[in-house]
Design a protein around this ligand. Structure first.
Ligand code: EPZ
Length: 432
C-alpha cells in the first residue's frame, strides 16, 4: 500500500500535456463489444480503471492490447461469454457500461449489481428503464443483474432522473440502440463531452446517431457495426485539477492539448475566485495574480460546473479569507474530502448536499486519506499549497483517474514523492 508525501508551498510553474479522458475511454472500450472487427483507440490514459475494464473485456472475449504508449487495440469476438466477473464489477462502478452492449450484441448479460460507493447510492434504475424500453428483460436478484434480449426495438425513452440525466445510463442506452431495429429517441440525454465522444466513436463504427451534444439523441439502428480508429478527447477533469493545483500554489502553468470549451464552467468559477486565464489554440495558461476570493458554487450536469471538480474547487475555497458556499447538485453525498481538509485546518460546515466554507487563508500539512478519486485530488490540491508536509494515504483511489501525477507535478516544481506506507499503517487500512 502506497502513500504520497507532499511538502507544500512551492508555486507550480511550467507546461503540462493533458491525457485522454478516462470517462470517455471506459464506455468507448465497452462499445467494442458491439463491433465485428478490431478498433484502435488513441490517447487512452494508462490508469487502473482502464486496466480494470480491459480485464473485464478480456473475460468477455474482447482482447485489449497496448500497441503504443497510449494506443489500444480492441479485437471483438461475436459469441463470447455474457457474464462480467463480479469482483471487477464491484471494484469499478462504471463497469455497468458493458450491460447495454452485451444485451444488444449477445442477447444476454449477467453481472453483479455495481452497488453504491462512498460518493452516494449510485442507482441504475434509469439504465434499466432505458434498456427495458428497448425490449430487454432485466431482472435483479439480490446482488445480481441478469438480462435477456431477443431483438431490441427502437422506441422513445426519457432518461431524466432526480439529479438531471445520467451519463453512463445514456451511454448504455445509446450503445444498445445503435443495434436496435428502427429509430430510438432519447430525451433528456446527458450532453457531457464524454457521451458526445462515445456517439462519435459509434458513428465511426457505422452507427447513425444525430443530435450529438444535445439533450435529444436520435438513433437509427443498424444491423452491424464495424471497428474504427478513434482518438479519445482530452480529460477535462484532469485539466481542471491541474488548474486548481496551479491556482492553489499561486503559480502559473500552461496546459497543452486540452479542450478549453469543455471547461467553460470551471474557468468561469475560478475566474470569479480571482484566477486569470489566457487561451491560445490548443493551450490554456492559468495564473493567480492575487489572493483567492470566496464565491458561491453549484454543480450541475454539463454544461454546468462538473461534480467531478467540486472537491478540488472546495479545497481552493479553503484558501480564501471569506465565506463560500458549495452546493452539490449531482452527487449530493460527495463530501469525503471535508473531514480530511478539516485535518489540514479547513473550516467547513457540511449540510444537506452542501457545504459552507470559511476560508482560513492557509492550510497546514497533516496525515490524510483519499476515500475516493476526486476527494483524493482535492487533498493533492490542498497539500501542494499547505505549510509543511502532508501524507496522503489511499493513493490507489487517485491512481484510478490520474496518470503519472507525481512525475508531472514534480516537473512543474512540486516537492512530492511516493513511498510504501509503514507496516503499522498498512495493517490499519486493511482492517478499516
Ligand atoms: C459518470 O458517472 C462519471 N463516471 C462520474 O465520474 C460523474 O461524477 C458522473 O457521471 C456525473 O457527471 C464515468 O463516466 C465513468 P450519473 P455515472 O449516472 O454515469 C443519479 C469520476 O470521478 N442516477 O450521471 O455513474 C445518480 O445517483 C466519476 O470520474 C439515478 O438516479 O453518473 C446521480 O445522482 C465519479 N439513476 C446522478 O443521477 C440512475 O439510473 C448522476 O449520475 C443513474 C444515475
Amino acid at each position: 500500500m502506497e502513500r504520497i508525501v507532499v511538502r507544500g508551498g512551492r508555486p507550480l510553474i511550467g507546461t503540462v500535456r493533458i491525457s485522454g479522458a478516462k470517462n470517455a475511454a471506459l464506455p468507448i472500450m465497452a462499445a467494442a463489444i458491439l463491433t465485428d472487427s478490431p478498433s484502435v483507440l488513441h490517447r487512452v490514459p494508462r490508469l487502473t480503471d482502464v486496466a480494470t475494464i480491459s480485464t473485464i473485456l478480456r473475460a468477455l472475449g474482447v482482447s485489449a492490447e497496448w500497441i503504443g504508449p497510449d494506443s489500444l487495440r480492441l479485437v471483438p469476438s461475436r459469441n463470447g461469454p455474457v457474464e462480467a466477473p463480479s469482483h471487477l464489477v464491484r471494484q469499478m462502478r462504471s463497469s455497468i457500461c458493458v450491460l447495454g452492449p452485451l444485451l444488444a450484441m449477445r442477447g444476454a448479460a449477467r453481472m453483479a449489481t455495481p452497488g453504491g460507493c462512498v460518493i452516494g447510492d449510485r442507482p441504475i434504475d434509469l439504465h434499466l428503464k432505458g434498456l427495458n424500453a428497448l425490449g430487454a428483460r432485466i431482472e435483479i436478484n439480490g446482488a445480481h443483474i441478469s438480462g435477456r434480449a431477443d431483438r431490441l426495438r427502437g422506441t422513445s425513452i426519457d432518461l431524466k432522473g432526480p439529479y438531471g440525466s445520467t451519463v453512463l445510463g445514456t451511454a448504455n442506452v445509446l450503445m444498445a440502440a445503435a443495434l436496435a431495429e428502427g429509430r430510438t429517441l432519447i430525451k433528456h440525454a446527458a450532453c457531457e463531452p464524454e457521451v458526445q465522444d462515445l456517439a462519435r466513436f459509434l458513428n465511426g463504427c457505422g452507427a447513425h446517431i444525430r443530435g450529438i451534444g444535445t439533450p435529444t439523441l436520435v438513433i437509427e439502428g443498424v444491423k452491424s457495426l464495424h471497428g474504427t480508429e478513434h482518438t479519445i478527447i482530452p480529460d477535462r477533469i484532469e485539466a481542471g485539477t491541474f488548474l486548481a493545483a496551479a491556482a492553489s500554489t499561486g503559480g502559473e502553468i500552461t496546459l497543452e492539448g486540452l479542450r478549453a470549451d469543455h471547461l467553460r464552467a470551471v474557468i468561469e468559477a475560478m475566474g470569479r475566485m480571482g484566477v486569470e486565464f489566457h487561451e491560445a489554440e490548443d493551450a490554456l495558461t492559468v495564473r493567480r495574480p492575487g489572493p483567492l476570493q470566496a464565491i458561491g458554487l453549484a454543480t450541475s450536469p454539463y454544461p454546468g460546473l462538473p461534480t467531478d471538480m467540486q472537491p478540488q474547487l472546495s479545497a481552493l475555497l479553503c484558501l480564501t479569507r471569506g465565506i463560500s458556499t458549495v452546493r452539490e447538485g449531482v452527487h449530493p453525498c460527495r463530501f469525503t474530502h471535508v473531514g480530511e481538509l478539516q485535518r489540514m485546518g479547513a473550516r467547513i460546515v457540511q449540510g444537506d448536499g452542501q457545504t459552507i466554507i470559511e476560508g482560513v487563508g492557509q492550510l497546514h500539512g497533516a496525515h490524510v486519506t483519499a476515500a475516493d478519486l476526486r476527494g483524493g485530488a482535492a487533498l493533492m490540491v490542498a497539500a501542494l499549497a499547505a505549510d509543511g508536509e502532508t501524507t496522503i494515504s489511499g493513493v490507489d483511489q487517485i491512481d484510478r483517474g490520474y496518470q503519472t501525477l507525481e512525475e508531472r507535478l514534480t516537473m512543474l516544481g512540486a516537492d512530492i514523492s511516493r513511498s510504501e506506507a509503514p507496516p503499522a499503517e498498512q495493517r490499519h487500512r486493511k482492517s478499516a
